[in-house]
Structures are given as C-alpha cells and as structure tokens.
Design a protein around this ligand. Sequence first.
Ligand SMILES: [Zn+2]
Length: 86
Amino acid sequence: MDNIKYCQSCAMPLQGEELYGTNEDGSKNQDYCLYCYEKGVFKGNMTMGEMIEFCIPHMVKANPNISEQEARECMYRFFPKLKRWR
Ligand SMILES: [Zn+2]
C-alpha cells in the first residue's frame, strides 16, 4: 500500500505515469491525476464534498462489495489527508 501513489485531489490510485496530470510546462505532475489537473490548473473548481460525491459512483463501481454509504464514510476519512484538501 505504501508504494501506491494516490491522486491528492480525487484519491484515484496513480498506477502509471500515463495517469499523472500535467504541469504548465507539460511535464508530469506527481501529485494529481490527469482527470483533476491539466497544464498546471485544476479541472473544475470543486469543494471537497463535491469531489467526494462525484467520486462515489466510480468507487462503488470499482469496488462492488462496498455500499455507497461505506464509500462516502471512507472518503470523508481519507480526503482531508490529501494535499488539495488539507
Ligand atoms: Zn484526481
């Protein structure tokens, strides 16, 4: 678990360089995924709560054994530790 990086905005596992977002100069950003961060700016100006609600359906789809409520509780514990929301 320690060697897996997570997007510091949406908590998606960054399992390969192709999932990294990009900095203004086009280089890879190590902290955020390509869905959250492009050319040095966040896509979509969301609050943490909005991001969590946005992510729940994806998380439930990726983990069919957890309920929507479990996903939400898990994210509300995890997201405040992420760089974007700290
Ligand atoms: Zn992300």
